[in-house]
Design a protein around this ligand. Structure first.
Ligand SMILES: [Zn+2]
Length: 425
């Protein structure tokens, strides 16, 4: 590959916490230099037109549905939606069909990503065999095969003994144990937050305490084992306190929040539209505000999408029977730029940190999370003025289950560069 020079960029520099006018020179998928001005002849020049140049995003929680449910999404469409949204790497969750509970599935996903993937895929293996919560899966073997983390996502590991052993074993090969915190005995057949508001709507509730109890136990097991615990999709205010205390006592605990818990709350359910049905459920406005504050002050480390594609016929079912989840990979950055930066009091550097730099750190992905000499040529150009309409043509995911369908907004990923390869939109 020859050299490419990107001129007129406003680089989001998360190390120095500022936005700098800069030119960026790349070769063979690597950044050779990023300086206020680079002038070279005989190189391909791409004009950024003064747009932001942002380090490629990293999603620690995405459902790509392959193997088994390719009618919802597959590795090719999911990673294309990712690139379209500025993501260059993502962790694929293991509740597929069959589940990713052994090395051969891990290797299958990696092989398919190599063949058809756009963004890089890092498989998450299950904690227990068939995600049944009883017998520990072969974690070390999966790690050797390329699994980057372990989770029974979709289910909490109900047995404290099994979870304890997972946290202990994972220390030997450096894996991250991701908890989907939900005491199912409190949420059976629940479809929404348990609150006065949803009781009025007649929806069966999932109390916040189901999450609190699970997070509390997992933190105590992290204390006991000194293991590496990551808490998925924190959704309520009370749980932020638990994570804050765990961090203050020096535990190796991190946490994520989804875009939907930051921008929607249970009040969106008043029309019984299943597009808002997610797990954990959208909680109160107070919870939503607390999550944003926790993200700003670092108690919650990252935004992870929980991208959950479903076919139209599934999501258009009635509220009680429709599956949980919404899609995000195409949209998360643009939407969060509008909701958190333009009108939410967070600056662009911080948003970039929680969507790129910090998740790359947690996953120990080298060369991602910054636009600096020696880093990978993986970044995207963001034009905050261009207008987009979120319709079938726009969405690259196979699924369309987002409440933002058919809405228009400002902000567009003009192109994404991943390891030097340019995708234009
Ligand atoms: Zn989950």
């Amino acid at each position: 590959m020859s050299k490419i020079l990107f001129k007129n960029c406003k680089v989001v520099d998360t190390s120095n916490e500022k936005i700098v006018k800069s030119d960026v020179l790349i070769e063979d998928g690597v950044i050779l230099d990023a300086l206020p001005s680079i002038d070279l002849k005989d190189v391909e020049i791409i004009d950024c037109n003064g747009n932001f140049l942002i380090p490629g995003l990293v999603d620690m929680h995405a459902h790509l549905r392959e193997p088994g449910d390719e009618y919802k999404e597959d590795i090719r469409t999911g990673t294309m939606a990712a690139i379209h949204g500025g993501y260059v790497a993502l962790v694929s969750m293991p509740n597929t069909n069959p589940p990713c509970d052994n090395r051969s599935v891990v290797e299958y996903i990696l092989r398919r990503s190599k063949e058809e993937g756009n963004a890089d895929v890092f498989p998450c293996g299950t904690i227990t065999k068939r995600r049944q919560g009883e017998e520990l899966a072969e974690l070390a073997d999966m790690a050797e095969g390329g699994a980057i983390a372990f989770s029974d996502d979709g289910s909490w590991v109900q047995s404290s003994g099994v979870m304890r052993r997972a946290l202990e074993y994972s220390k030997f090969f450096g894996g991250i144990i991701i908890s989907h915190p939900e005491d199912r005995t409190l949420t059976v057949r629940g479809v929404a937050n348990e609150s006065p508001f949803t009781i009025k709507l007649g929806l069966r509730g999932m109390p916040e305490e189901a999450e609190t109890i699970a997070i509390f136990r997992d933190i105590e097991l992290a204390r006991l084992t000194k293991g590496r615990l990551h808490i998925a999709h924190v959704s309520s205010k009370g749980n932020i306190e638990l994570i804050k205390l765990a961090k203050a006592s020096g535990l190796n605990v991190t946490a994520e929040v989804t875009p939907h818990h930051l921008i929607f709350d249970e009040e969106s359910l008043s029309n019984y539209d299943p597009v808002y049905k997610v797990n954990p459920p959208l909680r109160t406005r107070d919870d939503r505000h607390a999550l944003l504050e926790a993200l700003k002050d670092g108690v919650i480390d990252i935004i992870a999408t929980d991208h959950a594609p479903h076919a139209d016929f599934e999501k258009m079912d009635e509220f009680n029977s429709a599956p949980f989840g919404m899609i995000w990979l195409d949209l998360a950055f643009v939407v969060l730029y509008n909701e958190l930066v333009v009108s939410g009091g967070m600056d662009l550097v911080r948003l970039t940190k929680v969507m790129s730099t910090r998740p790359a750190e947690l996953l120990k992905l080298e060369g991602l999370g910054a636009i600096e000499k020696g880093y990978k040529a993986s970044f995207f150009a963001f034009n905050p003025e261009a207008e987009i309409t979120i319709n079938r043509e726009f969405i690259k995911s196979r699924a369309f289950n987002t409440p933002l369908y058919n809405s228009s907004m400002r902000g567009k990923v003009e192109w994404t560069v991943k390891d030097g390869k340019i995708y234009r939109f």
